[in-house]
Design a protein around this ligand. Sequence first.
Ligand SMILES: CC(C)(COP(=O)(O)OP(=O)(O)OC[C@H]1O[C@@H](n2cnc3c(N)ncnc32)[C@H](O)[C@@H]1OP(=O)(O)O)[C@@H](O)C(=O)NCCC(=O)NCCS
Length: 172
Amino acid sequence: MNFTLSEEAAEHAAAIESLVDTAFGPARKTRTVYQFRDGIPPLTDLCYVALSNDGDMLGSIRFWPVLMPDGRQEVMLGPLAVLPNLRGQGIGKALVAHGIAGSRAAGFGGVLIVGDRRYYAPFGFREEKVANLDLPGPVAPLTFMGLEFEEGSLSRVDGTVMPYREKAEQAV
Ligand SMILES: CC(C)(COP(=O)(O)OP(=O)(O)OC[C@H]1O[C@@H](n2cnc3c(N)ncnc32)[C@H](O)[C@@H]1OP(=O)(O)O)[C@@H](O)C(=O)NCCC(=O)NCCS
């Protein structure tokens, strides 16, 4: 399967919404990670799509800002989804690798994820990096992980990671 990676554009939004709905089901908005997205714009520079030669959207990865307990901004990966009939052909891995590289280039100290450890561990995501961190709600066991670009950016921080809007509200 030939595909190219590109920054997400407004024209992809409807196809992504439909893809993510199909991939995660209607209950997705009740999950803890959705608190990080509700009413908060994604980091558009870090949102990528995989496109076919004809320009059709085949897969999507998005990143949201999160507020670390020490007041810094870091990023959370997700959602990641690939069209069901095109899975297993490397599109997901290419999107994750591109997103991680983009996050590092943007100067973040690390990336958080709530996801399947078997899928994300090969990229370097580890549970021990977030051993001192909590989320503002429950997640499935062994799914909260971190990848550090700077030693200690996640693992030396203690407390609850909050949606990034909290910072704006605190500043008012
Ligand atoms: C997860 C997903 C994005 C992977 O995309 P993809 O393009 O199929 O993935 P790739 O082709 O790059 O990688 C396929 C590899 O990942 C593995 N894989 C796929 N989903 C996995 C999962 N949930 N857990 C563990 N491994 C998984 C495959 O077995 C395959 O392994 P191999 O390379 O050893 O053969 C895709 O399956 C999807 O959209 N799933 C539904 C949404 C979802 O679960 N998103 C991730 C949330 S954590």
